[in-house]
Ligand binder design. Structure first.
Ligand SMILES: *Cc1c(COP(=O)(O)O)cnc(C)c1O
Length: 394
C-alpha cells in the first residue's frame, strides 16, 4: 500500500493550520547585503531585527579579508577538520577567539547549533547530570537530548529553583549547569555571579552560551562572564560567529580547561562528521575579531544606541522590557495588535518582526527591536517616530 498521498495530505493540513492560526512564517528576500538600509518587496527599509550588533556583516575590511582568502586559501575545504580540513588560519581563528574570551583553548564547529549539539554527549554520560534554564536556546535543548546524563530544568533565571535542582542532582558524578548568557526573546542577562556562587556551593560546573553577547557585552567584548566579572569561574563557553562577529557562520566551544577542548576534538560528533568552516568565512571572522579588539568604541556604540532607543520609547509611553541589552522587546498585550503594529512599522519603512504565542507566552506578544552600532541617532529616532505614528493609526 502506498501511504504517500495521505502523508502529503497531512503536511498540507498542518501548513493550512499554521496559516489559519497566523503562525506561518514568511521570508523577506533582501536584494543586497545585511545592513541597516535594506531593500525588500521593492521598498526601502531600515532594518531593526538582525543580529548584526556591531555592523560588521558588510564591513569593507571584513569583506576584503574574505576576498583575499578566496585567492590564497580557495573556496571550500571538502573535508572535516581532522582529515584534510584544517588550514593554518583555522587554528589562528581558534586562538583569536580564546584571546577575546580570556580562555585557554577553543574548538570551531560549523555552527553554534552544532557546538551545543555535540558538547554534552562528548563530555557527560549516565553518571552525570545537566541542569538547564527553561528558556535556553533550542540547540542546548537538543544537545542535552542527545546525551545520556540525567536532566534537570529550572525556571528562567530563578536561583531558588536552580538550588532545588542542584539538590535533586546531588550524587551525580559531574553536575553541569547550562544557561544562555542573554535570553533572546527578552534581552535579559543570566545572573552569572549568582549561578557561579551556587555552582561553587554544590561543586557543579558552569556552561554559558554567549551567542547574543560575544563582541559587545563587557568592557572588551568578552561577553556576559566579563560583565559579571566571573570569567575565571565559567568552565565552558559556547558561541556563534553568525551574529556580532561578522555574522557569516560558524560556532565554537571555548574553555579555560584545555582538556575539554582536546576531548571535544576527539569525540564531538558535529566536529568529526561535518565540514570544516569555509576559508573565506574564517578569514573574514578573523578580521572581525581584530576589529572588535582594536575598536572597543564599536561595542560601546551598540550599547549607547540601545540606551537611546530604550529611553525614547519609555518617554513615548511604550511598554518595553527593561535592561541594557540591544535586544529591546516592545510589549503588546494583544497578539493581533503586535502583528498590526509590525505591519504599521513596515508601511513606514521600519523592518522589525512581531513575535506571538507559541514563540513567547500568551499575552506577552512583542515586537523585538535589535540595535546595531551601525544605526545612526537619526535612524533610531525615525524608528521611534514610526512606532508613535503606527500606534496613532491603530
Ligand atoms: C543564534 C544562537 C545559536 C545558533 O547559532 P548558529 O551559529 O547560527 O547555529 C545558538 N545559541 C544561541 C543562544 C543563539 O542565540
Amino acid at each position: 500500500m502506498n501511504s504517500t498521498p495521505s502523508f502529503i495530505e497531512r503536511l498540507q493540513a498542518s501548513l493550512a493550520d499554521m496559516q489559519a492560526k497566523g503562525t506561518l512564517k514568511h521570508e523577506r528576500a533582501f536584494t543586497g547585503p545585511q545592513q541597516v538600509a535594506v531593500q525588500a518587496a521593492g521598498k526601502e527599509l531600515l532594518n531593526f531585527c538582525s543580529n548584526n550588533y556591531l555592523g560588521l556583516a558588510d564591513n569593507p575590511e571584513v569583506i576584503s579579508a574574505a576576498k583575499s582568502a578566496l585567492d590564497k586559501y580557495g573556496f571550500g575545504m571538502a573535508s572535516v577538520r581532522f582529515i584534510a580540513g584544517t588550514q593554518e588560519q583555522h587554528l589562528l581563528l581558534e586562538e583569536k577567539i580564546a584571546s577575546l574570551l580570556g580562555t585557554q583553548a577553543t574548538i570551531l564547529f560549523p555552527s553554534c547549533f552544532d557546538a551545543n549539539g555535540g558538547v554534552f554527549e562528548a563530555l557527560l554520560d549516565e553518571s552525570d547530570a545537566v541542569i538547564s534554564d527553561s528558556l535556553n536556546h533550542a540547540s542546548i535543548i537538543d544537545g542535552i537530548r542527545l546525551c545520556k546524563a540525567k536532566r534537570f530544568r529550572y525556571a528562567n533565571r530563578d536561583m531558588a529553583d536552580l538550588e532545588v535542582q542542584l539538590q535533586a542532582a546531588k550524587g551525580s558524578r559531574t553536575i553541569l549547569i547550562v544557561t544562555d548568557g542573554v535570553f533572546s526573546m527578552d534581552g535579559y542577562l543570566a545572573p552569572l555571579n549568582q549561578i557561579c556562587d551556587l555552582a561553587e556551593k554544590y561543586g557543579a560546573l558552569v556552561m554559558v552560551d554567549d551567542s547574543h553577547a560575544t563582541g559587545f557585552i563587557g568592557e572588551t567584548g568578552a561577553g556576559t562572564p566579563e560583565y559579571f566579572r566571573v570569567q575565571d569561574r565559567i568552565d565552558i563557553l559556547s558561541g556563534t560567529l553568525g551574529k556580532a562577529l561578522g555574522g557569516a557562520s560558524g560556532g565554537y566551544i571555548s574553555s579555560r580547561h584545555p582538556e575539554i577542548v582536546n576531548l571535544l576534538r576527539q569525540k564531538a560528533r558535529p566536529y568529526l562528521f561535518s565540514n570544516s568552516v569555509a576559508p573565506a568565512v574564517v578569514a573574514g571572522t578573523i578580521k572581525a575579531l581584530e576589529l572588535v579588539s582594536a575598536n572597543p568604541q564599536l561595542g560601546r556604540k551598540t550599547m549607547e544606541n540601545a540606551k537611546l532607543f530604550r529611553s525614547l520609547m519609555i518617554e513615548n509611553g511604550f511598554d518595553i522590557l527593561l535592561g541594557e541589552h540591544p535586544i529591546v522587546p516592545v510589549m503588546f498585550s494583544d497578539e493581533h495588535l503586535a502583528v498590526s503594529m509590525a505591519k504599521g512599522l513596515f508601511d513606514r519603512g521600519i523592518y522589525a518582526v512581531a513575535f506571538s504565542y507559541p514563540v513567547v507566552p500568551l499575552g506577552k506578544a512583542r515586537i523585538r527591536i535589535q540595535l546595531s552600532a551601525s544605526h545612526s541617532d537619526q535612524e533610531i529616532r525615525a524608528c521611534v517616530a514610526a512606532f508613535v505614528d503606527a500606534r496613532n493609526s491603530q
